[in-house]
Design a protein around this ligand. Structure first.
Ligand code: ZN
Length: 372
């Protein structure tokens, strides 16, 4: 979802500035059914898309589900930054990430200009990171009509600047494997592709999926001083060995879990658990929730628009997966496939890191301010 200012900011004045954390309704007392006795710590959702008019809904969702911070990856460009800063002042529990103004990509010195914009967004307006969407590598064309690769050298000053400023770069590259296969009923994500034909990258006009991930890796390698959060579980949740290799090779890379429980949970649970334990400091919880006054997105978009009542079951499906040990349970986003997943029963200390500690470190948040 894109960040669009839809309501006058005065309408938001006086909105609550703090959120009390109940830790998730189902966890008290006696703990959740799938892990009796467990007391969930506070949670930071590292992957949200929040429209300004969705703040009241967001606040309810955060209280109901025990979230202390929501990262808004759709924080906007520098043009939108003053408004985003006012929102952040009204509701500091939402943390904005900066977005590149791709319309300017034909300008000479575009990358350096975006680096300068990022610096202003961080220093003057309090943005805490940079978000790069999958348009880079897939949809963007340069002035000559040529595809703009993920490792476009023009963007080197931007990656470098993020490193200097000490803010993480959340980057989305490519998509699930099925999106490169024919969008026919045989495709395991046919329902999703039928609803969103633009998500299909099948055909000679699209770059190869692994080539895109190769370009992404070039960026990780070239900018060791910059911290990247490779979203959607390293942008390759189907391949745990790939994720293991990337995390093992590049200490500057973390991954989030957003919108990929359906993929992560298809692997043998003991293998997934071992990966989480091995990289407990490098995996952050995220959902890809989208909230506006008009609509809600829960990781993907099905045929029917979810309602606010669907938000708590959505988070609960995440808790059940990370905390429990049940087999063949539903994943949070049904349109992403009809299969079931196996829960991974993470140890308490790993949950603590994945749920909030790693995100707090990346965002430079003082744990004392999280209202635990
Ligand atoms: Zn997203």
């Amino acid at each position: 979802m894109r960040h669009v200012i839809l309501v006058p900011l005065c309408a938001l004045a006086g909105l609550l500035t703090t959120v009390s954390c109940r830790g998730g309704g189902e966890s008290a007392p006696g703990g959740p059914a799938w892990r009796p006795g467990y007391v969930r710590p506070t949670v930071i959702d590292f992957h949200g898309h929040i429209y300004p008019d969705g703040l009241a809904r967001l606040e309810t969702a955060m209280v109901d589900n025990g979230l202390s911070l929501m990262v808004n990856l759709s924080g906007g460009t520098l043009e939108e930054a003053p408004d985003a800063a006012k929102l952040a002042a009204a509701f500091p529990r939402m943390v904005p990430f900066f977005n590149v103004d791709w319309r300017r990509r034909g300008e000479v010195g575009f990358g350096a200009a975006m680096a300068a914009d990022l610096e202003v967004a961080v220093k003057r307006y309090g943005f805490r990171g940079l978000k790069i969407p999958k348009v880079l590598g897939l949809y963007l064309r340069d002035r000559d009509g040529k595809r703009v690769p993920v490792d476009w050298p023009e963007l080197d000053p931007l990656w470098k600047k993020a490193g200097e400023l000490g803010v993480p770069v959340a980057i989305h590259t490519a998509d699930p494997r099925a999106f490169w296969l024919p969008p026919t009923p045989e495709n395991e994500r046919y329902e999703e592709l039928a609803l969103h034909p633009r998500w299909s990258f099948y055909g000679p006009e699209w770059p190869d999926r692994m080539a895109l991930l190769g370009e992404l890796e070039n960026v990780f390698r070239k900018h060791p001083e910059t911290t990247f959060v490779s979203v959607h579980f390293g942008n390759n949740a189907e391949d745990l060995d790939y994720v293991d290799r990337i995390l093992g090779t590049y200490p500057n890379v973390c991954v989030d879990t957003a919108a990929r429980l359906g993929e992560i949970g298809r692997h043998p649970p003991e293998k997934v658990r071992a990966l989480f334990v091995k990289y407990a400091d490098r995996i952050v919880f995220g959902t890809d929730i989208g909230i506006s006054a008009q609509g809600i997105m829960l990781g993907s978009q099905g045929a029917e628009m979810p309602t606010p009542a669907d938000i708590q079951p959505f988070y609960a499906a995440h808790w059940r997966f990370f905390e429990g040990t049940e087999k063949s349970i539903a994943h949070p986003t049904p349109v992403q496939g009809r299969w079931t997943i196996d829960a991974i029963g993470l140890p308490d200390e790993v949950l603590e890191k994945v749920y909030w500690r790693n995100a707090a470190r990346l965002l430079k948040v003082d744990p004392k301010t999280l209202g635990r």
